[in-house]
Design a protein. Structure first.
Ligand code: C2E
Ligand code: CA
Ligand code: CA
Length: 786
């Protein structure tokens, strides 16, 4: 150590040492600036500038070394052996070239270490080969242990320096250059200390050596060259910086226009952020710049994010709140620098509208209740969880009884309002966790979730019927609707959703059939009856094709003369196994299934055809179902049948029950008028049974009233029935209508109504309904009798 110090302070020219340090610094700057430029360039330029940088760094090491050697004052004549001097320069350039080539673009630490060792070896060679070229007047000997030690220390140092140069951490990278320089200084000083010069005038300087005075200009020229290169490097660095600033400025301008949040990052440090990102993160520009991207997107590993591929992520804003975003990464080059742009797209609005849509898809727009789809999901969910009776649930199917009437008479707005009120009442009857849904139209469904079993289902159903039975106040008007409810209890009445729904539906059907405004529990017999019904329906379709239906005729006679004036057509089904079936057993089902349309048309056609064979003084009466009456094409159908059969329109009488008049008065009047215009007679059937109203009779163009047979049954004894029949006959006469009394079974009844001057009599007393052939015989017989 002492020897080392003495060597530096006493045996060296201090000014030249300073010059060596200066040339070294300038050379290191020049080579690194040019190397950076090479890194920013592409193609041939990149290779050329890379080569220049390698040569410059070799020259730096060489020139520094040579100046330091010049600074050495051996105290005797000295000189440089030219070939070895040139070799030392070539060796260092070559080793640096190989070392750089080895470490370029590769992140492997071992590889970089090897490159560093090669460069170190080149520098060591520079020193010792260079020093070997140093000749004096006398003997040169070496302290080999010092030489070996210096090489052993410096090689790992330069290896480590290159490892550090490739590290991500900036502080580590910074440590690379001093470490490399340190290794060089050690080599140089150790080399100078290890050499021992012994003056011997007998050993003259070889003639070929170059005197220090002659080599100095060469070294100076090389140093000047390095200085020039340093200037060029400086210019290029400044240019690159200016370019970077310009690019960044332009990018910032663009980014400020973007609606999406944008951040430009160097590694994972944000160096530019736009307004949208400030708003998104709730942070200021100052807070964002310099922040780590991990701070904003803790859940995202940038390296895992493929370029140009959007990813869902959560941005943590200034208040620590998560904001759903989609992020997109793109690598860009800014002023030759590789940077990353991260785009943030705010997903809150999209997620909100998606949630809104989802809600819309699962709720009923009018009542806000869950809709059919949602109800199905919930039912499926609970059915899947159903294990035992204890956690059972019940399904209630509801159907409003007179909703259509309200909708038609008060308008759709009021209809909607009514649905909302119904929904509110239903919700108030059930518990919070139960589900009330609107399936569509006037159909509702309820899922009773608590395990009260059948008892609770019964109780709730009863309370629902009661709640909906109370009048609703709509636009200042009291409206009565009523609801029918069918109940199926999970486990006992089925376990699968479809089974439960079907069974609740069957119970509902029964509730409706048995008087409405009531509820029915499902029972297995219902399913059996249902099966029988669908059997009947299939049977009926077949029967229609097979011609199993026939029309019977019941005569209507003039009460005073007993002459047959008309016949009522009554349909029968001659079933191959069950014999003759009465209309009461199949008409309701035909009406429900729509089969009444072809059946009714067939009856009408048959009756008209038969009637053409009778005396033209005898009319034919045909019953119309409300279902037929609702069809707008009815008058045209009647007209075309009349035309096809050739029956005079005034010989046909259509019987309509009061029921059809309830739905929609305006439509009823229009339909009746159109029928009347066809030229047929219209009879009001079963008068007195329904909501008979005098006003109907006055307003509608009926030509006949048929008094229902329930008023005749107790005649002539019952005074009340007698009074009613008398009143209706009088009223009919006043309105200019014929009155027919139905169901006259006895001679006394006949005598009574004849005495009251009713127009016509119909009943078993005159004749039962007869098959066509028998009726024709009946006509002949009465004629003969007359
Ligand atoms: P409705 O229109 O009131 O027909 C009269 C019913 O009273 C007939 O029953 C008839 O047999 C019965 N009847 C007649 N005289 C007496 C009597 O003295 N005593 C008693 N107890 N009953 C008597 P039917 O033929 O069983 O028809 C029942 C109902 O079926 C009819 O009642 C009518 O509403 C309907 N209907 C019959 N044929 C047709 C049809 O072709 N189309 C439509 N839509 N309905 C029909
Ligand atoms: Ca009738
Ligand atoms: Ca009748």
């Amino acid at each position: 150590m002492q020897a080392l110090l003495t060597c530096v302070t006493q045996r060296h020219d201090q000014q030249l040492l300073l010059a060596a340090a200066l040339v070294c610094a300038v050379g290191v700057y020049a080579s690194s600036a040019i190397a950076s430029h090479a890194a920013r360039s592409e193609g041939i330029a990149r290779r050329q500038w890379g080569l220049a940088s390698i040569i410059a760094s070799g020259c730096t090491a060489w020139a520094t070394h040579m100046i330091a050697l010049l600074a050495f004052q051996p105290g005797m004549a000295s000189g440089f052996e030219p070939i070895l001097t040139a070799i030392s320069l070539l060796l260092v350039i070559a080793s640096i070239g190989v070392g750089v080539g080895l470490s370029l673009g590769r992140r492997g630490r071992l590889r970089r270490f090897a490159a560093g060792v090669i460069i170190g070896a080149g520098i060591a060679a520079l020193h010792y080969v260079g020093q070997a070229s140093y000749r004096v007047t006398g003997h040169v000997s070496w302290d080999m242990s010092l030489v070996t030690t210096s090489v052993l220390i410096s090689l790992p140092m330069s290896g480590l320096a290159l490892v550090l140069s490739g590290e991500r951490n900036r502080a580590l990278r910074r440590a690379a250059v001093p470490l490399l320089l340190g290794s060089i200084v050690i080599l140089h000083l150790a080399g100078m200390t290890a050499v021992r010069l012994v003056y011997d005038p007998l050993v003259p300087l070889p003639a070929s050596v170059i005197a220090p005075a002659s080599i100095a200009p060469i070294i100076a020229a090389v140093s000047l060259g390095l200085l020039l290169l340093a200037f060029i490097g400086l210019r290029m660095t400044l240019n690159a910086r200016a370019q970077l600033r310009r690019d960044q400025g332009r990018l910032r301008e663009l980014a400020s226009l973007a609606l999406e949040g944008l951040a430009v990052c160097d590694g994972d440090v944000i160096n530019t952020a736009n307004r949208s990102l400030e708003q998104l993160a709730g942070m200021t520009q100052a807070e964002l710049i310099g922040a780590s991207l991990i701070r904003l997107l803790p859940g995202l590993v940038l390296a895992d994010l493929p370029e140009q591929e959007e990813r869902d992520a959560e941005l943590i804003d200034a208040r620590g709140q998560g904001v759903p975003v989609r992020v997109l990464r793109k690598a860009i080059t800014l002023g030759h620098k590789h940077q990353t742009v991260i785009a943030f797209r705010d997903q809150r609005e999209r997620l909100r509208s998606e949630a809104r849509l989802r809600k819309l898809a699962f709720t009923d727009g009018i009542t806000g209740l869950p809709n059919r789809a949602r109800f199905g999901d919930l039912l499926a969910h609970h059915a899947a969880a159903l294990r035992e009776q204890a956690n059972g649930f019940a399904v209630l199917m509801l159907d409003l009884d007179r909703f259509k009437f309200v909708n038609d008479t008060l308008g759709h707005g009021m209809g909607d309002e009514l649905l909302r009120k119904v929904a509110a009442r239903l919700s108030s009857v059930v518990a919070q966790e139960d589900v009330v849904a609107r399936l569509g139209g006037d159909e509702f469904a309820i899922l009773l979730l608590d395990a009260g079993g059948e008892a609770r289902a019964r109780d709730v159903a009863a309370r629902i019927v009661e709640a909906i039975d109370r009048a609703f106040l709509l636009d200042g008007q009291l409206v009565h609707v009523g609801v029918s409810v069918g109940v199926a209890v999970a486990f006992q009445d089925g376990r699968r959703p479809d089974e439960l729904l079907r069974n609740a539906d069957l119970a509902l059907y029964k509730a409706k059939a048995e008087g409405k405004a009531t509820f029915r529990m499902f029972e297995p017999a219902l399913a059996e009856r249902m099966r029988a019904r669908s059997q009947l329906e299939a049977d009926m379709r077949r029967a229609l094709d097979a011609g199993e239906f026939e029309v019977h005729y019941q005569p209507l006679v003039e009460s005073q003369t007993g002459a047959v004036t008309a016949a009522e057509a009554l349909v029968r089904w001659r079933h191959p196994e069950q014999g003759l079936i009465a209309p009461a057993d199949f008409i309701p089902l035909a009406e429900e299934t729509g089969l009444i349309m072809p059946l009714g048309a067939w009856v009408l056609r048959t009756a008209c055809r038969h009637a053409t064979a009778w005396s033209s003084t005898i009319k034919v009466a045909v019953n119309l179902s409300p279902v037929q009456f609702r069809d707008d094409r009815l008058p045209d159908m009647v007209a075309s049948i009349l035309e096809a059969t050739g029956l005079a329109p005034d010989r046909l009488e259509l019987e309509i029950t009061e029921g059809v008049m309830l739905d929609d008065e305006a439509r009823t009047l229009a339909m009746l008028t159109r029928l009347k215009d066809v030229g047929v007679g219209l009879a009001m059937d079963d008068f007195g049974t329904g909501y008979s109203s005098l006003s109907y009779l006055r307003r509608f163009p009926f030509s006949k009233i048929k008094i229902d047979r329930s008023f005749i049954r107790l005649l002539p004894e019952d005074p009340e029935s007698a009074a009613i029949v008398r009143a209706i006959i009088t009223m009919g006469a006043c309105l200019g209508m014929t009155t027919t009394v139905e169901g006259v079974e006895t001679a006394e009844q006949y005598a009574f109504v004849a005495a009251e001057h009713c127009g016509q009599v119909q009943g078993y007393h005159v004749s039962r309904p007869l098959p066509y052939a028998d009726f024709v015989d009946f006509l002949t017989d009465t004629k003969l009798a007359a």
